[in-house]
Design a protein around this ligand. Structure first.
Ligand SMILES: NC(=O)c1ccc[n+]([C@@H]2O[C@H](COP(=O)([O-])OP(=O)(O)OC[C@H]3O[C@@H](n4cnc5c(N)ncnc54)[C@H](O)[C@@H]3O)[C@@H](O)[C@H]2O)c1
Length: 358
């Protein structure tokens, strides 16, 4: 019997591990002699030591970036390319991304572009990265104030999910990741939604099966539509509005919202749009909105910000021809993609959501 669980995403393995010995053994078996270990300052401090036994037989160079969304940019990417170049890395070496969604997104992009592409391994250390960012082969940086503007699809050689890393993750970050799990549950259907929406976020760390189930939901969409041409866009539920809130927050707030927090706010908007445009039951939408509201404990935009939010949503990469298109929900387990939403409808819904907090 295997002492780990494996989920296949296309032909790539996502390996979910509980025990330290197994983690060390599988990492040390990676078929790369030379690795660039990419960390941010926190994962260097809190997570890197867990890797040391596994890496003792390999030649490693460590590159540490600043923590947080603000560092997901071109100059950080350039810094990684410089290290790869200066240290003589070759195409048959690999980058090991030890971190949250920021490290995974930027490290994947650095690897996919250096010398036309080297392999990379994701070792996600946040809940959000374990269930979402490290799964599915999207890698990007933000550019000119817009989220994920420059990026590529490239799949990791392997992804190792080791929930022990969550022990040092601040609770606010756990909650942020849990929002993406709730989104996966909405896309999966009543059973997972009922179970997940009833538990407290901190419990999730002790229930590995929840993490595996959330990963499997994402994988099911990626397998069907790896390059986001159709049904995979369902995973953007909450994200068109959510990214606009996140971009707005990066521009306007001294302490920006976390990704999952912005998505929770985006969910409120997109649940209401789903009631108006795709027939989602309004009692269910109210119930789900109350769950997502539990994740919003920070200043939100005001009515004066609505036009800017709409512009930010309109420039979103998922929208064609400047029309604003959303992935919405008909009911749990039944997403609808590419729903056209007029500026006026979005404006009215944003107004309702903002007023509901006053
Ligand atoms: N590629 C995708 O498909 C995809 C999907 C969803 C989100 N994302 C991206 O992921 C990013 C958000 O990821 P995130 O929420 O993981 O943020 P993050 O990478 O910024 O990590 C959050 C914070 O936790 C710290 N941290 C990480 N692991 C830790 C640990 N084990 N102990 C203590 N501190 C730790 C980090 O240093 C950082 O300060 C966004 O940029 C988002 O766009 C990408």
């Amino acid at each position: 019997m295997r002492d780990y669980n494996e989920v296949k995403c296309l032909e790539h393995s996502i390996i979910i591990i509980r025990r330290e010995k197994v983690f060390t053994r599988l990492l040390s078996n990676l078929p790369f002699d030379r690795l660039l270990i990419l960390c941010d300052i926190n994962t260097w401090k809190y997570c890197f030591h867990e890797m040391v036994p596994a890496l003792s037989s390999k030649s490693c160079h460590i590159h540490i970036i600043e923590a947080g969304e603000e560092s997901k940019n071109l100059s950080t990417l350039e810094g990684i390319w410089e290290t790869l170049s200066n240290e003589g890395f070759r195409r048959n070496d690999a980058i090991l991304n030890l971190g949250g969604g920021v490290v995974c997104d930027i490290g994947g992009l650095a690897a996919a572009t250096f010398q036309r592409g080297m392999q990379f391994i994701h070792v996600p250390t946040t809940l959000l990265a374990m269930v979402d960012a490290a799964i599915g082969g999207k890698n990007a940086i933000n550019f000119e104030g817009l989220k994920n503007q420059i990026g590529v699809f490239a799949f990791p050689y392997q992804t190792f999910i080791y929930p022990k890393f969550l022990r040092t993750l601040p609770y606010r970050q756990i909650r942020s990741g849990f929002v993406e799990m709730l989104k996966h549950a909405l896309l999966k259907g009543d059973d997972l939604w009922n179970r997940l929406s009833a538990i407290e976020p901190e419990e999730v760390m002790h229930h590995l099966p929840y993490i595996s189930e959330a990963i499997k939901v994402k994988v099911s969409y990626v397998d069907e539509d790896p390059f986001d041409q159709g049904i995979r866009q369902a995973l953007n539920f909450g994200h068109t509005a959510g990214h606009a809130f996140e971009e707005w927050s990066l521009l306007k707030q001294p302490e920006p919202m976390l990704h999952g927090e912005a998505i929770a706010l985006g969910m409120l908007v997109e649940l209401e749009l789903s009631v108006k445009l795709t027939g989602l039951d309004d009692n269910f939408a109210l119930l789900a909105s109350n769950i997502f509201k539990k994740y919003i404990h920070f200043p939100i935009p005001t009515l004066q910000d609505i036009e800017q939010l709409i512009d930010l949503a309109g420039f979103d990469k998922k929208n064609k021809d400047q029309s604003i298109r959303f992935s919405l929900l008909q009911k749990t387990g039944k997403p609808v993609v590419q729903v056209a939403v007029s500026r006026e409808t979005l404006s009215n819904v944003l107004k309702n959501i903002i007023l509901s907090f006053s």
